[in-house]
Design a protein. Structure first.
Length: 155
């Protein structure tokens, strides 16, 4: 039998506290030796394809001033699932993406092209901020396949 009150939520911490017994419950960042070089900045996180597709779907839906319910019904998928797709929480099958695209008045290629445009913008903004080397971007343009402006999806 449980020891918590019936109308109270029980909180279970996901990460254990790492404080030392005499520190009063506070945690401190580890000390760096004097004269040590600063820690390198973490590498920027590349966007996931599901995030890009979800952003494109949400932008298109909002541009059309339509609700989740309206689009979900037209696509014959549940409202919570469409919401999770838009937030990048779920990987959709090609059938679901095609249905959602049709519900928005787009073809699957149109939706994926919008996601590709967002990925291109993200990559170029990273180059502008110096987070991706220009030579890496140039190599991709001079590769044998760099002359084509297309989209390739692999399952």
């Amino acid at each position: 039998m449980s020891t918590h009150a019936p109308n109270e939520a029980r909180v279970i911490p996901l990460r254990p506290h790492t404080s030392s017994p005499g520190s009063g419950g506070t945690t401190r960042a580890p000390q760096r030796p004097a004269g040590a070089p600063p820690a390198p900045a973490p590498a920027p996180r590349e966007p996931l394809w599901r995030d890009l597709v979800g952003d494109a779907m949400r932008r298109e839906r909002l541009a059309q001033e339509r609700t989740l319910k309206d689009v979900a019904e037209a696509a014959r998928i549940s409202i919570p699932y469409l919401s999770e797709l838009e937030r990048g929480r779920k990987e959709a099958s090609s059938e679901v993406l095609a249905a959602a695209a049709r519900a928005l008045g787009l073809g699957l290629a149109d939706l994926l092209s919008l996601a590709q445009d967002e990925l291109t913008r993200h990559t170029r903004s990273q180059v502008g901020r110096g987070q991706v080397s220009r030579s890496r971007l140039d190599r991709s343009r001079t590769s044998p396949m760099g002359q084509y402006d297309g989209l390739c999806l692999a399952a």
